[in-house]
Design a protein around this ligand. Structure first.
Ligand SMILES: Nc1ncnc2c1ncn2[C@@H]1O[C@H](COP(=O)(O)OP(=O)(O)O)[C@@H](O)[C@H]1O
Ligand SMILES: [Mg+2]
Length: 227
């Protein structure tokens, strides 16, 4: 469903390529972990999926669509098919849990009926049923990330891109978030997870793509963290 074809990236005002001739395919329903030192190019690679960065050369496909050729007008529709979560949860501080999740549906143009039906469901799935009316500052980091995850999933994206989602979390919350990622993958959503966390990668033992200095140095179907 995602395909990188000869993708290179040089950021403007820099001479060095941060991605070098990347060829990679990710299939529907896969759970892919992307590992590598800081600066390896993981985030740059992921940003191309939701069209926040474009390759300097090469193409990135979402099914048959060249993401890097999408017009500005078509970007919102494309991004609605991609869920994203990050190390910082990016919640709206003045909205409570329910409102944060509902807002993602409002922006996507969903009806009030759909919102009233889907928001409680997804909040229940991430285990925050009794915290719907709490504000972000009243929640732990792990709970805030669960809200971010609910928000990312509420529009039923085809693929979830998770860039270091457990980077700020303690081991217990990390594992709770990982359980949720595995669960949503079982429900059929493709998951692409960039992480530094060796234990997480080795424990889930899914496809591991190892990056170093802008290149894929290993791609292992049931891999271990080996950077
Ligand atoms: N917007 C940007 N402008 C210039 N250089 C950038 C930008 N974003 C990332 N880089 C550089 O690109 C390289 C790869 O970064 P990144 O994709 O964030 O790697 P990772 O996520 O593996 O840490 C790093 O050297 C980083 O400094
Ligand atoms: Mg990164």
């Amino acid at each position: 469903m995602i395909k990188y074809h000869k993708v290179s990236k040089v950021y403007s005002r820099q001479d060095k390529a941060v991605l070098k001739d990347i060829n990679l395919e990710i299939q529907e329903r896969e759970f892919v972990t992307l590992v590598g030192y800081s600066g390896a190019g993981k985030s740059t690679l992921l940003k191309m999926i939701y069209a926040e960065e474009r390759p300097t050369s090469g193409d990135v496909y979402f099914y048959k669509t060249k993401i890097n050729k999408l017009s500005r007008r078509k970007l919102p529709k494309h991004r609605q098919q991609i869920g994203t979560v990050f190390q910082d949860y990016k919640l709206l501080p003045q909205k409570n849990v329910w409102q944060n999740v509902a807002f993602a549906m409002e922006v996507a143009g969903k009806s009030e009926e759909e919102i009233a039906e889907d928001v409680p469901q997804i909040i229940d799935i991430v285990g925050l049923k009794n915290k719907s009316h709490k504000y972000p500052e009243e929640l732990s980091g792990g709970e805030q990330q669960k809200v971010a995850l609910a928000r990312a999933l509420v529009n039923r994206p085809k693929i979830l891109v998770a860039d270091e989602p457990t980077g700020n979390l303690d081991p217990i919350s990390t594992w709770e978030i990982m359980q949720l990622l595995l669960k949503i993958n079982e429900y059929g959503t493709t998951v692409v997870l960039a992480t530094h966390d060796k234990d997480v990668v080795n424990r889930i033992a899914r496809r591991v793509i190892s990056m170093d200095k802008g290149k894929i140095i290993k791609d292992d179907a049931h891999g271990r963290y080996c950077i």
